[in-house]
Design a protein around this ligand. Structure first.
Ligand code: F6R
Length: 610
């Protein structure tokens, strides 16, 4: 799970490559490197740690070369070190490669290459690619890249260059991203569009097993058998500013504040003037929605929590049984599903390996597959029968925030749409919900404008020395509690557990002692009174209560030690507002501890490994 970029053109490329890596750093940041061809020779640079370390030594490479490849790494095979940093080269020093993904059969390939006399300088799986290319090369880099590809198992994207053909870069992909950028007198290859967005917005998404060859003036696409494939170019109209911090101290804080806009964008054109819902791209006929017997939601991490919100909504509104499964577990099950099952895969990146595998399994068992994702052109969109896009815009902070809110909104819209089609809610009921949904972006705008973030910061500071947090919720408050706990774990590194409040007395209550901080999602709900009984149980053990509560709730103020107020809305839509103070709480706790919020340790934004 790494970021790669390649450039060939008329301009000196060192700084272009480095700036591209900066935009890809969210994909991994434990080591980095680049390789530039100048005067027929490679200039290579490797560093350990984040890109600041590479920047410090960048001057060691002259800025004369006009083609090269670069990489920012998230270690899979081999610890972070300069030896394991990409680009990797072959024995003769004529080939260099960068790779994202995993070469699953690298051990046997390595053994074979070693037996033939190849010498390895790293512990990585990726290095075999440089040697495979060296072994196969007979005058055409494209052919050698294909020969290597045919021997490799796993999922990966790699780009290769050679001093023998110093005017071209060859790239190929298998189940991991590769995008081509078309410039004037220059062209780009990268893992993601932001890497070259400052230079061009005309892009091409090669398919799995297509080989792309770029030179300064040409972009050519081929099948593995060498047949040309027409290039279908797309224009992306993302705002470049969106990839910058826009005045906030971190991407995460900026993205938390962008949530009203992300929600409004995700809602746009999906609610008609009559309050009905229209969702383009689902590719589901009304008859198929009516005939549904089961919905299966597969996802990981934060996206899984959005899936749980979907379960409550789909069951309550559309009266269809729903299972929500962690994709990494589901993919190894033997599920009982069939043609009347709809599998909904939720993945902001659309590239998560486990979620993709779960989609494939569901499909092979006969289910239709719908992807809910934020990334146009991602793998999930290519493999699903239908797609529902969230429109959160680019999310750079590793901890998901605005993509989560838009995922929640997407599943709520889906549930309302299904309820409408299945006739399980009346037109009036659907209209009432859609009207309320339309109010949410404004409610959150007002929330931020009223200085709520600063109030959360004060509370977070107070508890930032805690050794442990417990998060509790019931019903739709449970996914919110789980997500709040995940945010705390990811960025503040404070151990945090999350539980269904009613389940607490079956074990976790033993953790509580005088002064233990407990975050409770206590927004208005039909289970509010039940939740309050659990709060009393917690208080009786001397624990401190930090409640997330709906404005106007007078009862909670006397009970909780601190209250994080949220705008009042319908209880079914409350997860859209209730998570925001918990995101902020995690953020300010991490900040008070001096943690690097945008790049939490051991994590990466896109998890393309199993
Ligand atoms: C948490 C987080 C991860 C992702 C998970 C799935 O803040 O970001 O838990 O939610 O890795 O990623 P996607 O949604 O890209 O499939």
């Amino acid at each position: 799970m790494c970021g790669i970029i390649g450039y060939v053109g008329a301009r000196p490329c060192r700084d272009i490559l480095f700036q591209g890596l900066r935009k890809l750093e969210y994909r991994g940041y434990d080591s980095a490197g680049l390789s530039i061809i100048r005067d027929g020779q490679f200039e290579l640079l490797h560093s350990v740690g984040n890109l600041d370390n590479l920047e410090e030594i960048l001057h060691r490479v002259g800025n004369g070369g006009t083609m090269g490849i670069a990489h920012t790494r998230w270690a899979t095979h081999g610890r972070p070190s300069t030896e394991n940093a990409h680009p990797h080269t072959d024995c003769t020093g004529r080939f260099a490669i960068v790779l994202n993904g995993i070469v699953e059969n690298y051990m046997s390939l390595r053994a074979m290459l070693r037996a033939e006399g190849h010498e390895f300088t790293s512990e990585t799986d990726a290095e075999v690619v440089a040697h495979l290319i060296e072994r196969a090369y007979a005058g055409s880099l494209r052919d050698a890249v294909v020969a290597a590809y045919r021997q490799m198992e796993g999922h990966f994207t790699y780009c290769a260059i050679t001093t023998d053909e110093p005017d071209l870069i060859v790239g190929v992909r298998k189940e991991t991203p590769l995008v081509v950028g078309l410039g004037k007198d220059e062209n780009f290859l990268a893992s993601a569009i932001p890497a070259f967005m400052a230079e061009t917005r005309t892009v091409l998404f090669p398919e799995d097993g297509q080989v792309v060859v770029i030179t300064r003036d040409t972009v050519e696409l081929y099948t593995l058998d060498g047949d040309p494939v027409p290039c279908e170019w797309t224009h992306v109209d993302w705002d470049e500013e969106a990839a910058e911090k826009g005045g906030y101290e971190t991407f995460m804080l900026k993205e938390i504040h962008e949530q009203p806009t992300s929600l409004a964008d995700t809602l746009a054109e999906r609610i008609g003037p009559d309050g009905g819902i229209s969702l383009d791209g689902l590719e589901l006929a009304p008859e198929a929605i009516k005939a549904l017997k089961q919905v299966l939601i597969v996802a990981c991490g934060t996206s899984y929590h959005a899936g749980l919100v979907g379960k409550y909504a789909l069951e309550r509104w559309a009266r269809v049984p729903v299972e929500v499964e962690v994709a990494s577990e589901f993919r190894y099950r033997d599920p009982v599903i069939g043609e009347d099952t709809l599998c909904i895969a939720i993945s902001q990146s659309g590239e998560t390996a486990d979620t993709l595998a779960a989609m494939r399994l569901a499909r092979s068992a006969g289910a239709r597959v719908l992807a809910v994702t934020n990334i146009v052109g991602s793998q999930a969109t290519r493999e699903a029968d239908g797609v529902l896009f969230t429109r959160a815009g680019l999310e750079i902070g590793v901890a998901a925030t605005k993509t989560f809110l838009t995922q929640e909104l997407a599943v709520l819209l889906l549930a309302l749409n299904f309820a409408e089609v299945r006739g399980t809610l009346s037109e009036e009921q659907v209209r009432a919900y859609t009207e309320e949904l339309r109010r949410i972006p404004g409610l959150l705008d007002h929330y931020f404008a009223s200085g709520a973030a600063a109030e959360v910061e004060d509370v977070a500071r107070k508890y930032s020395g805690s050794r442990f947090f417990l998060c509790l919720g019931r019903n739709l408050g449970l996914p919110v509690a789980l997500e709040g706990a995940l945010k705390l774990k990811e960025i503040s590194y404070i151990p945090t557990d999350a539980y269904a409040a009613g389940e607490m007395k079956h074990g976790p209550i033993a953790l509580l002692e005088e002064g233990s901080p407990v975050l409770v999602v206590a927004t208005d709900s039909f289970v509010y009174d039940k939740l309050i009984s659990n709060v009393q149980e917690v208080k009786a053990r001397g624990a401190l209560i930090i409640a997330v509560a709906s404005e106007g709730n007078e009862n909670i103020a006397g009970m909780a030690d601190d209250v994080l107020w949220v705008p009042k809305t319908d209880e079914m839509l409350a997860p859209l507002v209730a998570i925001v103070p918990l995101q902020l709480f995690a953020y300010y706790t991490a900040k008070a501890k001096g943690e690097k919020v945008d790049q939490p340790r051991n994590l990466a934004k896109t998890v393309t490994v199993e």
